[in-house]
Design a protein. Structure first.
Length: 146
């Protein structure tokens, strides 16, 4: 019973485990949560999550200005960064476009760091439109940080 409740199993097995758990709770006139807690207390090796493990970041979708996307497409990128750019959806915006990129916040921060030259640093001339595009993307990425 405990193995079916706490380890990753197929959908059919999960359904059976839920039914078994509900039946056990009914038989003893307690809640299913009480059964889960009792099993977790008695068999700690069968629990599904570790208490100290951080929750994985979930992907977020941000609109990246086309000027930033164009710059990043020509830059050297990590595989995760390249995949995020390649999978982005292009949305037409007037004369330009926006790339709708879904990635975890860490990848968005890495992409923002890679487009630092658009600010005109490192002895390169700054183009106002590119600087504004990077600033807009930077504002969106910084809004992700708690």
């Amino acid at each position: 019973m405990a193995n079916l409740v706490y380890k990753r199993v197929s959908t059919d097995q999960q359904s059976t485990a839920r039914q078994n758990l509900a039946a056990l709770a009914r038989d003893h006139r307690v809640s299913r949560g009480a059964i889960r807690t009792a099993v977790a207390d008695l068999l700690p090796d069968h629990t599904a999550t570790e208490e100290d493990a951080p929750a994985p970041e979930s992907p977020v979708t941000l609109d990246m200005p086309g000027k930033v996307a164009d710059f990043l497409r020509t830059a050297e990128l990590e595989p995760a960064e390249r995949a995020a750019l390649d999978q982005g959806a292009t949305v037409r915006r007037g004369q330009g476009y926006t790339l709708r990129v879904s990635a975890v916040p860490a990848v968005h921060r890495q992409l923002l760091a890679r487009c630092q030259p658009l600010d005109g640093s490192q002895g390169l001339p700054a183009v106002p439109a590119q600087r504004k595009a990077r600033r807009e993307y930077g504002n969106r990425v910084s809004a992700l940080t708690p």
